[in-house]
Design a protein around this ligand. Structure first.
Ligand SMILES: [Zn+2]
Length: 230
């Protein structure tokens, strides 16, 4: 799918992949088809808030990598959320990699608190009118909590899965660690498929991307050689 640079933050090019638009459209689908101006504008504000949250998650990675003097070449927004492309490899140090990987979810944890506090503040200072804003902020808080949990899931190429590979490879070797996380990743895919059947359509897209990624890892790290899909 097509990619385009949409701007720069702290000098880092932000590259938009068409699959991100699909993800956001599926995420806000219920609002965009609500046939009310209030519903559609609420949906737009919500997906804008989610896009900013994903961007700040990636900036968390970029900031941590910068601590080890690894510059970020670009941040890509795609069907899985986002991805940091570094200008060079992170140092082989396990701790450096784990801190860099966990810095993204940590940003979501902070945003969960920021949005929730902002929501309380709007409610307390409001006259009844801004209740919808308070609800939006509360929802963005919840979504950041879910982003925190989701990104820590043991699947390739999620932060949690990659951090677990760093830990597990110390004990069972790199290839076995990669395979172990890929099998756990298939369980995460099964869970996402259940969410998709429950009506969360964006979960189907994420499940599809994760399924491909985890099968690919199994094929390239000595797992059973299933026929390739695409
Ligand atoms: Zn991340």
């Amino acid at each position: 799918m097509g990619k385009a640079e949409i701007g720069r933050i702290f000098g880092i090019p932000i590259v938009l992949d068409a699959s991100f638009v699909l993800l956001i459209a599926l995420f806000g689908f219920g609002y965009f088809t609500s046939a009310s101006l209030v519903g559609v504008s609420y949906g737009l504000a919500l997906v804008a808030g989610v896009a900013v949250s994903i961007l700040l998650h990636e900036l968390g990675h970029a900031l941590a990598a910068g601590y080890w003097r690894v510059p970020t070449a670009s941040i890509e927004l795609n069907g899985l959320g986002g991805l940091c492309h570094f200008a060079r490899n992170m140092p082989a140090d396990r701790l450096a990699n784990i801190v860099m990987l966990l810095a993204g979810p940590a940003a979501n944890l902070i945003l969960w608190q920021v949005f929730s506090t902002a929501s309380d503040w709007v409610l307390q200072s409001g006259t009844g009118g801004p209740d919808r804003l308070a609800f939006l902020l509360r929802q963005l808080g919840h979504i950041n909590f879910l982003l925190f949990i989701f990104n820590l899931m043991p699947a390739h190429p999620l932060d949690g899965g990659r951090a677990l590979v760093q830990v597990a490879s110390k004990f069972i070797g790199y290839d076995r660690a990669m395979r172990a996380i890929a099998y756990l990743g298939l369980l995460v895919v099964a869970w996402l498929v259940m969410l998709a059947f429950g009506g969360q359509m964006f979960a189907a897209l994420i499940a599809f991307v994760l399924l491909q990624a985890n099968i690919e890892v199994l094929q390239t790290h000595g797992g059973p050689r299933w026929k390739r899909w695409n």
